[in-house]
Design a protein around this ligand. Sequence first.
Ligand code: DGY
Length: 324
Amino acid sequence: MKPEVVLYKTLPDDLRARLDAHFTVTTIKGLTPEIVDEHADLFARAEGIIGSSCKVDDALLQKMPKLRAASTISVGYDNFDVDALNQRGIVLMHTPTVLTETVADTMMALVLSSARRVVEVAGRVKAGEWQRSIGPDWFGIDVHHKKMGILGMGRIGLALAQRAHHGFGMPILYNARRHHEEAETRFNAQYCDLDTLLQECDFLCISLPLTGQTHHMIGREQLAKMKPSAILINAGRGPVVDEQALIAALKDKTIHAAGLDVFEQEPLPADSELLKLPNVVALPHIGSATHETRYGMARDAVENLIAALAGKVEKNCVNPQVLR
Ligand code: DGY
């Protein structure tokens, strides 16, 4: 008999067929307590789950006594209670490599659009406000050769450094848990402590996962250390930045602007103060959202689950210690 798997995200047909070839798959619309209760028998039998953007906590795991592997269609795994998975010996798989370049593109898009006010002025053109040659009230600020500050030098940070340094001639400063030899060699990136990074950079690009250590890592105190001309870019996880402190800093012009792909609450509530600020570019968490990359992530997640339930994990595992 094939192992039972719960799928909580729609997959392209060919990937769904690949999953069906290995498992008995049931698709559900999410992992809310109501849906889980409605499918209690299925959850009691399931040995694998695959999907994204839903919380997998201890309460849910209690209802899945047979679960052996979880596969998230994302690099980030902050939706998972990893300690609870570890205690139960459940393998957690993710998609860390396939989205790197696409997310770095998104970050560069945020850098350019917030510095050059692309969204704002394009809106003005559409509104018929372009009546004569534009003046300084339409001008932005330069990106090229400004100081790029990267907070979190993982794969995405590195891909951003490549674009910024080689494409835009930007000196790279970075802060991370440890020195990154490759970034230093390839991009002459300068490691600095967080305070120096905040004080020196023209763009603060945050590419950090959400953990107990990174929650609200950038708050009022940190924003106050930035240059009034600096722009904050966040495409990691929303709660790494204290959103209320950011709103205050943008209103008070403590910093110049922000380009945000992630928020403390997603979807961003329609009445968020951020949406009222002209110096904010807000995107709907599109970091990896291209057809090619989302397909690649789904493909990797399917292969990850197949490998995990066959006991053949070689890569993409968040908690390899449970394999031992
Ligand atoms: C991820 O994979 O964690 C990203 O946030 C998706 O864009």
